[in-house]
Write a protein that binds this ligand. Structure first.
Ligand code: GTP
Ligand code: NA
Ligand code: MG
Length: 337
């Protein structure tokens, strides 16, 4: 029986971790494309958003795990770079996230940017799961692909299972030293006491159903209040700015609250201080590529075209202005910069 009236938005899931531990490859699995292969040198330089809708989420989970009812409208993933130079982007991703995936190469264990990512997640009190990636590189691996971790594990010999346990225990110990109690997700009985480790191979698309199942379970059990859809005010975070010549300026934005409409006035930070501009167009990624929208509901990754040529500050919040009241928004923006 439904006891509460649910009006949930997609939880924003940030993917964090050390360089080359497999964040983008994992997101490739989730969206069924190959972005990691197209990146120059395989190094992620910016953050982008990947959406998975409720139906896709449900199908992916139900193929492997029978008894989970999906009540969230989907998940919105944000990729971040692991390179040492992009601490600001990891921090921004961590600040935006409702929940996160910390990707750790199971063979390398905790590295400097793994630890930095943990510190970001602690700072913002963001709940997270750990994806122990590259389990295909562990000795005695019996080939498997496009399936769950559970299914893959059932095919493995004792030698492999022992090696895997050894690597996972090393991660559990190293996390414990950092003040984090964790265990392999299928061994956890109380998810309020331990962080879940999901062994995966992003390269062979193993473990994605497990990841989606654990994330969905955690979001539905612990984040419901946090992800209530808020229509009172409309807010987003700008992750990338491009000046498009005579066209104006585009802002790649994660909309995390409310509904944004074409024609809305928005306040944001510029080099010269807070400013107000107008939304000329909203561009979203649909099933068949980029589409223009009259309005869009959070959470969403969108491109906003603004009418004015402004030197917008990267990372600025955008706050929709209703009824011409700009003072409160400007005060907030001043505090942020
Ligand atoms: P940055 O964005 O630069 O921090 O890297 P990333 O964490 O996004 O890593 P990326 O997905 O680009 O993967 C780095 C390399 O590891 C690529 O060559 C991938 O093919 C490889 N890789 C990723 N996942 C796996 C895996 O599960 N197994 C193996 N063997 N290789 C993997
Ligand atoms: Na990489
Ligand atoms: Mg990457």
């Amino acid at each position: 029986m439904e006891t509460t009236k649910k009006n949930l938005r997609e939880p924003i899931v940030c993917v964090l971790g050390h360089v080359d531990h497999g964040k983008t490859t994992l997101l490739d699995d989730i969206r069924g494309t190959t972005v990691a292969k197209k990146e120059a040198g395989g190094i992620t330089q910016k953050i982008g958003a990947t959406e998975i809708d409720k139906n896709t989420l449900e199908t992916n989970i139900k193929n492997y795990f029978k008894n989970i009812q999906v009540t969230i409208p989907g998940l919105l993933f944000i990729d971040t770079p692991g390179h040492v130079a992009f601490a600001n982007m990891r921090s921004m991703g961590g600040a935006l996230a409702d929940i996160a995936i910390l990707v750790i190469d199971v063979n390398e264990g905790l590295k400097p940017q793994t630890i930095e990512s943990i510190d970001v997640l602690k700072k913002y009190k963001t709940p997270f799961i750990i994806a122990a990636n590259k389990i295909d590189m562990i000795p005695y691996f019996v080939s498997s692909k496009d399936t769950s971790f559970k299914e893959t594990l059932s095919k493995q010999r004792k030698e492999y299972v022992d090696f895997l346990d050894e690597k996972i225990y090393k991660i559990i110990n190293d996390l414990y030293v950092k003040g984090i109690s964790s265990d392999r997700y299928d061994r956890i009985t109380d998810f309020t006491k331990s962080f879940a480790i999901v062994p995966i191979s992003a390269k062979l698309n193993i473990g994605v159903p497990d990841i989606l199942m654990v994330l969905t379970g955690l979001a539905q059990r612990f984040l419901e209040e946090h992800i209530q859809f808020e229509s009172k005010s409309t807010r987003g975070s700008v992750i990338e700015i491009k000046k498009e010549g005579s066209l104006g300026t585009t802002l790649d934005t994660i909309l995390y609250q409310g509904v944004l409409h074409k024609g809305d006035k928005i306040a944001l930070n510029t080099i010269a201080g807070p400013a107000v501009t107008k939304v000329k167009a909203i561009i979203a990624t649909g099933k068949k590529g980029m589409v223009e929208k009259e309005s869009i509901k959070s959470a969403a990754g969108i491109r906003i075209l603004i009418t004015d040529k402004l030197d917008v500050l990267s990372g600025t919040s955008i706050i929709a202005i209703k009824g011409g009241k700009t003072d409160a928004a400007f005060n907030e923006l001043i505090n942020e910069s």
